[in-house]
Design a protein around this ligand. Structure first.
Ligand code: CA
Length: 722
């Protein structure tokens, strides 16, 4: 171990002071740190590159580039685009390292491009088995890769962490990070801290126990694992979390470790790192089951569900935590994007951590100690009336405790959150955080007859209550109640400064630039640039498909570029089904990597319209009791992917138009024999009886019949058909 403190720059110096010398010796430089680590520590200064998921360890997503600004942003045009080979959701943040762009797409595939020309250098396909899709709550997405010392790292949907040679696209090493017999998935981007690749996982809707792990970037050897919820009392995991979880277990009740729920608390997205304090921050997800009575006898805080936890990146050792949603039963994850900044609050310079999680509050924490500095709602909130800063507890509305009360609770925010995984951004010049927020309600009710399913969702809720009536006026009213908002938030005053109203939720992640711009894509497929101080829209461009992923910016030879991965999908269209159809482009995904520059003159090809096929409306006169049986079985098993009322959000087939709905033999081949397993549709024979499988078919045919009637009525009235 070599330590030469005389030559290191300030940020690396503080890291060494806090952590001792790095014992990690791959390609060590003068400071005992490898070259990539030294660059990552100063990533905020490398405007030409985008070296890590959130641009820098503080995850600001703010670029120092100002070549594109309010005066010339109107000249932005396409420099190049690349069509991806998938029509599932795209959520990735591209990484740009010295002229090469590394990004990922659905099914955990990784691409490398010449960043300037868009020429594909290589694509890596980890060949994720299609059947794994049933374990993914929210589409087969991937949010991006990490780069370190000539390697690109990706977490795959089936739970592997793979190191790829950045030059050749060939696999260097691969480790399985989960028990693949359990419904774990990875969709989040890894981070690399001092050569340690940090990766979490998802699956808390299916029934798993969450954790985060670190692997040696050079060899793939596991270094440590921190479980976020306790396991069986009296049994130690032999991991760094053992001691703290013995304390956490006091806030757990019942038999959470053995009843198939697993406790949840998955670390599926946000992380941040402060090198001065040498703290890694992880965001911990919801409890499993959602129903707290089923999970924990309806009591206890259930640590570390819904919490931010600070760990030592070298060892995974616990330092502090703050639980945002004690005893969560609303899927209020604390996995949303966290940003580190230094703010002057009450005349004092504070090192803060900021988060706008699903539960609707904007939190400002002291990131050294976990002290709650402030918490204010940034959206409509009805589950609580605020936080007591001294006790750090929310004042929970008793009516929101639907599982204890055996009641129905209509909530804002809903399970999709007031803000989900789509990253925010922080501009230190304006002092504002830009939040891609939304208002999407949800109806919570426990299912008294719930039994754990072999495949798919296991949340313990009755999803029948969310069924919409066939009355179009009611449907339109519900659709209209769903809103998105781009919010510019002052984290010091805890106040909105400006906002842009959007007529749909699930809009894209944010990019902020020193050019005074805020970039965001939206559900309708428009990529727009706003004035960072005032919120006025300065430019927008039609990308022909819904955009969820956050744009990035970078430069080469003095020229600034903006890149975004376009493509619709994810939790919102899957959960919301037909309600996610906003505007004129229902459920369309044309997945592309698109790069813009000033005066770019490429054009996207003309949009080809695709037909959904024919409504399978041949059946009539079926026994209503069978249809009701089919409805309940559909809602329990199918609705989370194929959409409420059998109206698809467009990411997976709309079954009302599927020929299988009119063909019992084909239906059986799919649902019983699993012939479409490679496409992600597994056999459900473990969860559904033969009678239920046929009843679901008849229910969907009945939905097709009702849709056909509506179309016929419209045509008779002289209107066009849908
Ligand atoms: Ca969740």
């Amino acid at each position: 171990m070599r330590c030469n403190l005389g030559v290191v720059f300030a940020v690396a110096l503080s890291l060494l002071t806090a952590a001792g010398c790095s014992e990690h010796n791959a390609e060590t430089g003068a400071a005992g740190l490898d070259a990539t680590t030294r660059r990552l520590l100063a990533a905020s200064e490398e405007g030409q590159n985008w070296l890590t998921y959130g641009r820098d360890y503080s995850e600001t997503r703010h670029s120092p580039l100002d070549g594109i600004n309010p005066g010339n942003v109107g000249r932005l045009g396409i420099a190049w685009y690349h069509d991806l080979d998938t029509n599932r959701g795209q959520e990735a943040t591209p990484i740009i390292v010295d002229g090469t762009m590394y990004t990922s797409s659905a099914w955990s595939k990784v691409q490398a491009f010449d960043a300037v020309t868009g020429k594909l250098k290589w694509q890596f396909d980890p060949e994720v088995p299609g059947k794994v899709a049933v374990n993914a709550c929210c589409d087969v997405v991937n949010r991006g890769v990490a780069y370190w010392e000539g390697k690109v790292f990706v977490g795959t949907l089936d739970g592997r962490l793979i190191a790829i040679d950045a030059g050749t696209g060939k696999q260097v090493w691969s480790v399985v990070t989960v028990d693949q017999t359990k419904p774990y998935t990875i969709t989040g981007a890894p981070r690399v801290i001092k050569g340690r690749v940090i990766i979490g996982n998802g699956g808390a809707e299916m029934g798993v126990r969450g954790y985060v792990s670190a692997y040696d970037g050079a060899t793939g050897r596991k270094l440590w694992r921190f479980y976020t919820v306790p396991g069986e009392p009296g049994k130690r995991d032999g991991e760094v979390s053992d001691d703290i979880l013995e304390q956490a277990a006091k806030g757990w009740h019942g038999k959470w470790w053995s009843d198939g729920g697993g406790g949840g608390g998955t670390v599926w997205d946000a992380m941040a790192y402060d090198p001065d304090l040498d703290l890694l921050y992880i965001g911990v997800g919801n409890g499993s089951y959602w129903d707290q009575v089923r999970r924990s006898d309806g009591k206890g805080d259930n640590l570390f569900v819904g919490s931010i936890v600070a760990l030592r990146p070298d060892t995974g050792k616990y330092v502090w935590h703050f639980q945002e949603t004690p005893g969560d039963q609303w899927d209020y994850t604390a996995t949303q994007h966290m940003i580190l900044a230094n703010l002057t609050i009450d005349g004092k310079n504070r090192k803060v951590l900021m988060q706008a999680p699903k539960n609707g509050y904007f939190f400002v924490l002291d990131r050294a100690t976990g002290e709650l500095i402030s918490a204010k709602p940034y959206t409509a909130v009805n589950w609580s009336t605020g936080y007591d800063l001294r006790t750090r507890q929310p004042k929970i509305n008793p009516a929101a405790l639907y599982s204890q009360q055996k009641s129905t609770w209509v909530a804002l925010p809903g399970a999709l959150g007031a803000h989900n995984w789509q990253p925010m951004a922080f501009n230190p010049a304006t002092g504002l955080v830009y939040i891609p927020a939304q208002e999407v309600g949800f109806v919570y009710k426990s299912d008294p007859d719930f039994k754990r399913h072999a495949d798919g969702f296991n949340i313990g809720l009755d999803l029948n209550v969310a069924d919409l009536p066939d009355d179009k006026a009611v449907q339109d009213a519900v659709r209209k109640s769903v809103k998105g908002t781009l919010i510019a938030w002052d984290p010091v005053r805890q106040k909105q400064v400006w906002s842009i109203a959007q007529d749909s939720g699930w809009n894209g992640g944010i990019l902020s630039t020193a050019g005074g711009l805020v970039f965001q894509g939206d559900t309708h497929g428009m990529l727009s640039a706003y004035d960072a101080a005032k919120g006025s829209k300065l430019w927008s461009y039609d990308l022909q498909t819904g955009v969820m992923a956050p744009p990035v910016t970078w430069s080469r030879n003095g020229k600034q570029y903006v890149t975004v991965v376009a493509g619709w999908g994810g939790a919102y269209p899957m959960f919301m089904g037909g309600l996610s159809w906003n505007g004129n482009r229902p459920g369309v995904n044309r997945s592309r990597v698109i790069t813009f520059k000033l005066d770019g003159d490429k054009r996207l090809p003309a949009v080809e319209t695709t037909e959904r096929g024919t409504l399978q409306a041949g059946l009539a006169g079926v026994d209503p009791a069978i249809i009701e049986l089919g409805r309940r079985a559909y809602n329990r098993t199918c609705t989370v992917c194929h959409g409420g009322g059998a109206i698809s959000g467009g990411i997976v087939p709309d079954l009302r138009y599927s020929p299988a709905t009119s063909d019992p033999a084909m239906w059986t081949a799919i649902l019983v024999d699993g012939v479409l397993e490679q496409q992600g549709m597994v056999s459900f024979k473990r969860d559904l009886s033969v009678r239920e499988i046929e009843a679901i078919r008849l229910f969907i045919a009945d939905r097709a019949r009702i849709a056909q009637q509506a179309t016929d009525r419209k045509a008779a009235a002289g209107g066009k058909s849908d």
